[in-house]
Design a protein around this ligand. Sequence first.
Ligand code: FE2
Length: 250
Amino acid sequence: MPVRHLVQITDLHIDADPYDRKQGRDTLETLSRVVAAVRWQHPAPELVLATGDLVDDGSPDAYDRLKPVLLELGRPVSAIPGNHDLMGLMREHLADETIALTTSHSLDPWRIVMLDSTVEGETHGHLGAERLDRLDAALVAASQAHVLVVMHHQPAPIGSPLDDVGLDNAPDLYTVLDRHTNVRGLLWGHIHHVHDSTRNGVRLLGTPSTCVQFKNDPDGAFGYTDEPPAFRRLALHDDGRIETEVVWVD
Ligand SMILES: [Fe+2]
């Protein structure tokens, strides 16, 4: 069985206004550089996971500016919303035959389960009963596979002010995950920072943004670092092992 190669891009924060800057950075320009770097990857990823905060201002025009850049990847894209996104606009302005929304993918012997963790109008995330039931059913259906669960919000404390706006019911998620033995990884965005830990045999991975990165300040003050844009490479092995690294794009 071949190794499955994926890429994650997250927290793109594209604006409708081409003159908007985040920490002096043009988020469409940084994304374009990340896309160019992804196109140089060997082997090429068979799927690109876009894990939310695709736009910053929740406007149709921002999605219209984003879409052609995503298409430049020349790869299938699987997107989920972040707290800055609006699912209705994603359906109208983004989804097509190469950009899938909040779905699952069979990459034998792996299943990639994309979860919407957003609460419209809120910064934090939540997985209600219906979403957890769907996840549980997906894990039952994938009992013979290795599973990577993907969402926007982090379920684990990371030691930053972002801890106040992560997934607010992580114990409910873990109750579902702990019923199954096939979950190998849990992957998210939102934190604009690297996270790599393990819980109960499940790899927990958070990934920096394609635009600007947040400081993890033990005093709890919010701030930015001068780290460059980034994306994550993932190699999913047939024994369930996840080989991964964050690639910084200078
Ligand atoms: Fe976010």
